[in-house]
Design a protein around this ligand. Sequence first.
Ligand SMILES: [Zn+2]
Ligand SMILES: [Zn+2]
Length: 642
Amino acid sequence: MMNISVTLQDGESIQVSASTSVGEALAKLQSNKQQKRTIAAQANGVAVDLSATLEQDTVISPIRIDSDQGLDILRHSTAHVMAEAVKDIYGPDVKVAIGPAIENGFYYDFLREEPFSPEDFEKIEKRMEEIVASAAPFVRTEIDSDTALASFAAKQEKYKVELIKDLDTKTVSVYRQGNFTDLCRGPHLPDTSFIKAFKLLRVAGAYWRGDEKNDVLQRIYGTAFFDKKELKKYLNALEEAKKRDHRRLGKELELFTTQDSIGPGLILWQPKGALLRRLIEDYWKDEHYRHDYELLYTPHIARQDLWKTSGHLDFYAENMYSSMDIDEVKYQLKPMNCPFHIGIYKSRKRSYREFPIRWCELGTVYRYERAGALHGLLRVRGFTQDDAHIFCRPDQLGEEIFNILALNLHILKTFGFAEYDIYLSTRPEKYVGSEENWQKATEALKQALEKKNLTYQIDPGEGVFYGPKIDIKIKDQLGRSWQCSTIQVDFNLPERFEVTYTGTDNQDHQPIMIHRALMGSLERFVGVLIEHYAGTFPLWFAPVQARLLNITDDQADYCEEIYSEMRKAGLRIEKDLRNEKLNYKIREAQLAKVPYMLIVGDKEKEDGTVTVRLRNGKNLPAMTIMEFIEKVNEECREGRGI
Ligand SMILES: [Zn+2]
Ligand SMILES: [Zn+2]
């Protein structure tokens, strides 16, 4: 029999006879302990099952159960098991669609008339346990497409039939475990017993292939891990995330609301949310002023022609709302602020001496999002970007990017975000601008990141067509990542709008334009802040800093007096002078996550003081109103880092 060589990636080589399985080859190349943790492998760069046979010289690297890829395979295999359980319980009338692994879990889409209920989940999980216990192997078979078509058609699995037709290949692979066969590329676990811990989480509606014209399917989400401890940890984190859900807290703390009568994805900021937003905006404006930016305001609509010039009608139309007629001229809501800032730039001739020009705006834009994609404050149809545009000479690009990064990280840190994932996206296949410019700009972005000692990953080819960009994702208290800042170099708009400046040579030149948003949008940022802090905001931007509580009616007048004194001093204060038990009022203030409770009884009234109670239940000694105001101001200065 022919021999072939199998080489472990970065390791030794052995000779085995052809048709040896990947698992057998790996067993000779790695320790028993390693072998036990191996569930699949990369063979010449392709992910395969351990049961796959080797027919040629192969470089092989094991996929271990504790790797990301291993976890994906586990979860996708669990999806197959779930589909088997569903078919076992509910019979052949239920149709299966697709069941991929996703971040943190998996799903499978089913067509079934009756909705799946929590009781169904219990039944399905129970059946899944049995399948797992049976240690059924996942068996891969390559069959010709016509046979596969006939077999799935016989079972009236119309989605599988459609998928096979779309694949349009001679052969397809199917996987069978127990009595369930699925169309699948694989790879899979060796057998179902590798699934040590799983849980079904929820069910949601989903269109076949994401198209609203297609069947509505039921998508069952679940997750799986290689041990019970990890699953428990994840379920706890999920519980914690639920408690922090900004939609729930936004309602409880009366920060924002959306209403069907107004329209989905359109945010109504309630007084406390509006105050929170104002505090963020004020801080943002102050910091930009300190960093030599100038503030702009621009309209919400513009003539349609503007969006033709900018290219938005060609490249961005599906995100824009339809036009309106004003004096028989077409206008459109703005999806971006850039063309307006260019308008201000072009209001007169510009010279190199003015550069860099740094203009910022809290600019409200409107973009179409599918109704199904809308999500609290995180995905909306109207939002305010914390936008800025910098016009500079090519030789100033590096320094400007560095300055933007510095301001960016400074602001994020002040809000309590000190961990980031940073991505540098380079030139895509379709692009505008010269190759030389792209290279220079990409280099400038790289150097700024390195000068700032930031680790980053390169996303090759993921830049926008008009220039390279840096994206920053922030990590929250629960370790979740949120897309937040973006810094983009643009060679396109200056060209389209014929933006120029007079250089030292007295000739016209084209400036470089940088777009950047630090928070992304105020809506999104506030949503992330709510989840990050679970609504317990730091004093400096807490919409309510203190709540006054009297013990009896005898102190009501005194409370009114000091309430207006503190309000005049700029304190964000509330009063609860209801004729209720003090403990009850304290509990309510705690639920409202108010940083300070100021308790006033006869003693305090007599001494002209308040007793200060923290939200964690601790009490501070009584202090005068002035002392308290000074304490709050001091803490806020510290929080804002000035
Ligand atoms: Zn599969
Ligand atoms: Zn822009």
